[in-house]
Ligand binder design. Structure first.
Ligand code: GAR
Length: 316
């Protein structure tokens, strides 16, 4: 399996970035770090990343509009081929456009048991509240600060005599353990057959009068009481492939697609020439393309009455 490409954004020390980077050196780690970028060219973490042979990018945000700066970072992330972004002590509010670009692709680590203590001074806040435990959380980044679905947390006991500094140092140990494991699970989840089937199902069942059955042992999507337009194939006939199989618009299209992108498309066994398989487990599936292919496939098998209704609706 190819490794997921992760870019890490930092602002300073970069110890979480280092934890991700060293975890990524393990052969079975499902991600690799392709870029470490900072909003401060003097961030110490950049020196460490460069010494470890990782591409780095440092650019000061000072005097720039938020969206303008985020566009520069976004361009670097794309140039590096990043599929995911890990914020690791990146002390910048992000513009909504940047967050939208990396929707469901960007994680953050925060030194509190979210939803408690968003923002700064989290350790002091936990001490002041008399909590028995503080901790850290990894979450998916959404437009609101330190918000978004929590993927993992580690509670850390508060000891008698703890100060914000001693507590922060102990939580940091937990952060380093938590981030890498949670990031690895996150990139793996998106390659799992269950997750991929759920995505295909959501797109397929959004089409008019679509339903799901099982055919030849495969989850299969069709028009209710009508023809099938998509199959979800997981290691069918022991081929090891996870794919969606859809109808082509013409028999020649199968050969054309496979010739154009043989890593993505393949000829599914026993389906004939008017179907094509699209591999899904590469970790960089273009879900807009899948949605479009499913809709085209649906159109190939839908009765005229149904397609003309849709066409009429589309004209409005
Ligand atoms: C970490 O404790 C991280 O959780 C925190 O900044 C520190 C960065 O340290 N992040 C936040 O507070 C984000 N809201 P590092 O540069 O050594 O990883």
């Amino acid at each position: 399996m190819t490794k997921a490409k992760v870019a890490v954004l930092i602002s300073g020390r970069g110890s979480n970035m280092a934890a991700l980077l060293y975890a990524a050196k393990a052969q079975d780690c499902p991600y690799e770090i392709v870029l470490v970028a900072a909003n401060d060219p003097a961030a110490p973490g950049l020196t460490l990343a460069a010494a470890e042979g990782i591409a780095t990018f440092g650019h000061s945000h000072v005097g720039m509009k938020r969206a303008e700066f985020d566009a520069i970072i976004d361009a670097e992330l794309r140039k590096a081929g990043a599929q995911y972004v890990a914020l690791a002590g990146y002390m910048r509010l992000l513009s909504p456009g940047f967050v939208a670009q990396w929707d469901n692709r960007m994680l953050n680590i925060h030194p509190s048991l979210l939803p408690k203590y968003k923002g700064l001074d989290t350790h002091q806040k936990a001490l002041d509240a008399g909590d028995t435990h503080a901790g850290c959380s990894v979450h998916i980044v959404t437009a609101a600060l330190d918000d978004g679905p929590v993927l993992g947390q580690t509670p850390v006991a508060i000891l008698p005599g703890d100060t914000a500094d001693t507590l922060a140092a102990r939580i940091l140990i937990a952060e380093h353990q938590l981030y890498s494991r949670t990031l690895a699970d996150f990139v793996m989840r998106e390659r799992s057959p269950q997750w991929l089937l759920a995505q295909v199902r959501a797109h397929a069942l959004a089409l008019p009068q679509a339903d799901e059955t099982i055919s030849h042992g495969m989850p299969c999507f069709g028009i209710t009481k009508g023809k099938k337009f998509a199959y979800f194939s997981h290691d069918h006939h022991g081929d090891g492939v996870i794919a969606v199989i859809v109808k082509t618009t013409a028999p020649e299209e199968q050969a054309m697609l496979i010739e154009r992108d043989p890593d993505l498309y393949y000829r599914p066994a026993y389906f004939g020439n008017d179907w094509v398989g699209i591999r899904l487990a590469g970790g960089d599936t273009d879900w807009d393309l899948i949605a479009q292919r499913l809709a085209q496939s649906w159109r190939e098998v839908a009765p005229r009455k149904l397609t003309s209704l849709i066409d009429a609706a589309d004209e409005f």
